[in-house]
Write a protein that binds this ligand. Structure first.
Ligand code: DGT
Ligand code: CA
Ligand code: CA
Ligand code: ZN
Length: 576
């Protein structure tokens, strides 16, 4: 994650705090505007500052604050405000329908300084005692609280990923620590995380050392084997962390237990019991005598089943598969030979072809599909036909001397009537066509739009099929079975969009699609250099759905991929 998002959040909080305190409205506005602008920048703000570029909407004063953040990781003004206003009030101000003004009234009239108190006065109706607060306001606040809880209960895994890895690395560096592993839903790579679970094996008591970490806020428990606290993420939200310290001889059994899922654990324990074993977090036992548990492999061996990769331990059918040794070799990131969704400068990306090639070389890729947006998607720099033609020429020239092949591609809008945003003569010239929908009318069912578009023989891939954003936007209304069935008939590939905001298709939908015998592509949707790093998230989704290398087209070599796409197109044309 780049610092734009972090600074934007801080500016938002400063604006809230200033407004709460009744500061100058222009100042408040300046912070809000800057926050908005930061969120919409393509490149990290430090890049603009280095280049000495002025950014419209961010004045000198706020530029200083940004520099301060880049240098020190915080902003003094922000810290000051945080110490002046109870933390809970910041949370209240983030609730939809409640702005700083309402929060101020709630605080002054009824002493409401956290969400729990707010809930109480809403339920008891005490809120109506405040002058000017009527039924309508009460209803809105109720709705706001519900929405807020729905959004903030769980954390999208991509948003907390780096923070969690940092915490793990910190713990590994403490002397005496022998083993550290992230367990729970994080190790299973669920798309949202409730809390962080960490397992440690250590030769001495290390709780004091762990608790020295500056981002640890409240300590809930601090025993020899269990430590639990809240940890501040870089977006300033708090997440609970549960740490367990176990003995070496229990390491494997504890890894299994705390990785979960709970449903998986219950099933596995039942299976162990059927075989006459007792399985728990301390080990595997027969007649109460310890017979193993140092490593996961050891436990699986005793149970005489196949090793079950953590990503698939969700209590679906993995244990049945493991009993029959039917879990295939899951796809790995090293199988990937190229990225099939990348945006260049020609639309809303910021990279030129040389930069893209350089990144691809680092990743050992053979090819990259350049999939700029099509003309209707103006907000994302959609390309007019002439620009596309010019770009294609440039790509062809580039490919003459390049080490990485750039595919002529596009992410083409499916228009409201299901037609495509470029004419067929143009689509035909592209090596790879992604079709997708970015504009949906309220409550629109987009099934027919997709089905119509899928009649076009040049649609190779449906990109981010459901349109959902993890924790922020529900999937579009659509009949996925109809889409999957059509994809299978027409040999159209379904994308696993690896961007952490999207993860679309996700594991559940991939599993569903797989029953229709379709192929998948993984694309990062990279718009800048950091974007390529998302491939790992897409791989995790694929693994969770038990996909192998054979299920994913970007494990093919360049020649294989090109001929595969051609073959699919021939099939579609002949079918028509
Ligand atoms: P989360 O935190 O909601 O994203 O999901 P998890 O899976 O990380 O759940 P969490 O943190 O409550 O517990 C971590 C693991 O500990 C869980 O995956 C399995 C294990 N566990 C927790 N409670 C139980 C239980 O009551 N029975 C069994 N068998 N295992 C449990
Ligand atoms: Ca957890
Ligand atoms: Ca937990
Ligand atoms: Zn898109």
């Amino acid at each position: 994650m780049n610092s734009n998002h972090l600074i934007a959040k801080i500016f938002e909080e400063i604006a809230d705090a200033l407004e709460f305190l009744g500061d100058n409205p222009f100042k408040v506005r300046a912070y809000r505007t800057a926050s908005y602008i930061l969120e919409s920048l393509e490149e990290d703000i430090s890049v603009y500052i280095q280049k000495g570029e002025k950014i419209f909407g961010i004045g000198e004063d706020l530029k200083e604050k940004i520099l301060e953040f880049i240098k020190t990781g915080k902003i003094k003004k922000h810290e000051e405000l945080l110490s002046k206003i109870p933390r809970g009030i910041f949370d209240i101000m983030k609730i939809p329908y409640i702005g700083p003004k309402t929060a101020k009234t709630l605080y002054e009239e009824l002493g409401v300084d956290n969400i729990e108190k707010l809930k109480k006065i809403v339920e008891s109706g005490d809120l109506l005692r405040i002058k000017g607060f009527g039924i309508k306001k009460l209803e809105n606040i109720k709705k706001g609280i519900e929405l807020y809880q729905k959004l903030s209960e769980r954390y999208p895994i991509g948003e907390i990923y780096q923070d969690v890895i940092n915490l793990k690395n910190y713990i590994s560096s403490i002397s005496g620590v022998q083993k550290v592993e992230l367990v729970g839903s994080f190790r299973r790579f669920k798309e949202t995380i409730g809390d962080i679970d960490i397992l440690i094996c250590s030769e001495k008591n290390i709780s004091e050392d762990i608790l020295k970490h500056p981002k640890i806020k409240d300590i809930f428990s601090k025993g020899d084997t269990k430590i639990s606290f809240s940890y501040e993420l870089s977006n300033t939200r708090l997440i609970q962390v549960d740490i367990r310290v176990v003995e070496e001889r229990s390491w494997g059994a504890a890894l299994m237990y705390f990785t979960g899922s709970k449903e998986h654990n219950i099933l596995l324990r039942e299976f162990a019991a059927e075989k006459g074993y007792k399985l728990n977090e301390y080990g595997i036992f027969r007649d109460n005598i310890y017979i193993g548990g140092r490593s996961e492999e050891e436990v699986y061996k005793i149970l005489e089943i196949q090793y079950i990769p953590p990503e698939i331990r969700e209590g679906r059918n993995e244990i049945e598969l493991a009993k029959k040794y039917l879990i295939p070799k899951l796809v790995e990131i090293t199988d990937i030979k190229g990225d099939l969704q990348v945006h260049s400068r020609y639309s809303d990306g910021i990279m030129d072809f040389w930069e893209i090639e350089a990144e691809a070389l680092k990743l050992n890729y053979e090819y990259i599909a350049i999939t700029d947006h099509s003309k209707s998607l103006k907000v994302a720099g959609g390309m007019e036909v002439e620009d596309l033609i010019r770009r294609n020429k440039e790509i062809k020239k580039f490919n003459e001397n390049s080490k990485v092949k750039l595919l002529l591609g596009a992410e083409v809008e499916i228009l409201s009537d299901g037609s495509l945003d470029y004419p067929d003569e143009i689509l035909e010239q592209l090596d790879i066509v992604l079709a997708s929908i970015h504009n949906v009318r309220k409550d629109e069912d987009i099934t027919e739009r997709y089905l119509k578009a899928m009649e076009n023989p040049f649609v190779d891939i449906i990109a981010h099929p459901t349109g959902r954003l993890v924790s922020y936007r529900e999937p579009y209304k659509l009949d996925l079975d109809a889409i999957f069935k059509k994809a299978s008939e027409r040999k159209i590939i379904l994308e696993i969009n690896a961007h952490y905001n999207r993860l679309d298709l996700n594991d559940i939908n991939i599993l569903k699609a797989k029953r229709y015998n379709v192929k998948f592509s993984i694309g990062t949707d990279a718009h800048n250099r950091n974007g390529f790093g998302m491939m790992g998230f897409g791989i995790k989704m694929a693994k969770k759905a038990i996909l192998t290398k054979e299920d994913i087209i970007n494990t093919l070599s360049y020649e294989e991929l090109i001929s595969f796409i051609k073959e699919c197109r021939r099939h579609r044309i002949s079918e028509k």
